[in-house]
Design a protein around this ligand. Sequence first.
Ligand code: ATP
Length: 309
Amino acid sequence: LLQLYGPLNFLGSVYSAIRTAMVDLEHMFGLVEEDVEVADPLHPLPIAAHLQDSDAAEVEFRDVRFGYGPEREILHGVSFVAQPGKKLAIVGSTGAGKSTISRLLFRFYDVWSGAVMVDGHDVRAYRQADLRAAIGVVPQDTVLFNETIGYNIAYGRLDASPSAVEQAARLAQIHDFIMSLPEGYNTQVGERGLKLSGGEKQRVAIARTILKDPRVLVLDEATSALDTHTEQEIQVALKTVSARRTTLVIAHRLSTIVDADEILVMGQGRVLERGTHEALLAAGGHYAAMWAAQGAEGVTERLAEAVSR
Ligand code: ATP
């Protein structure tokens, strides 16, 4: 793997140099009107990537206004602080702007006004690659390469030793499953190999993130319901990976965020309510109504599961 990594790394830098040059050209000729690319600063600030080398990061949105196109503002002044090592959950109806917040944190786009801050500095002060190295994401749906399952986990850190890969797989609750496969860590997965279930893929993503060891974690919770047992295993794995890291959870099931340090309830690009689970329930607003509705849904799901057994 190491032998491969050198040339790949080199190709990666050539690619990014070419890409940067192309982006510069596009800007020069005004070719990109719609999808404006973000640019690295001339004198970037350093930022620690790994939790083992530093403390967890502080993440702040300061009165952020943003839209994808000039004609439509999507976030209308969003503010919050995720304290180092704490868990901030974002809930809200579809289209409220939850994923947009995570895209801005990664600086896939620049804000119109206000600022996205990490460690007390505007994300525009960092090199994009450095910023993204400090943030890990467990996405809704993980892409698997047509490679071995071991490689797919090691992708989180390509120079990881086999024992580090195994340790990450154990923490992500997927080691036993891998050992039950015909060729263990060497089993081919992906389109041309073994197809993994949604829950298994999610655990591969968690193992990758454990290896990457980022200081900030974004969990984009899957909308599709998993069976109760798988859900519990995933929650155990997620607890491991989010421990001590500043964690932003884009949540669909309120049951997974009752322990969040703060919950933001978003609606149409605004923070409608914020507080802990208990405080929001007591306030009797949108969150309390969502909780009541999901509680009823949960009972129906559990009944359906019990009946199907
Ligand atoms: P969901 O729960 O359905 O994932 P969300 O709260 O994450 O929703 P966002 O994905 O942040 O919502 O989208 C917020 C708004 O921005 C939506 O109205 C959506 O149509 C719009 N939007 C999202 N991505 C783009 C894009 N690439 N270009 C233009 N508009 C976009």
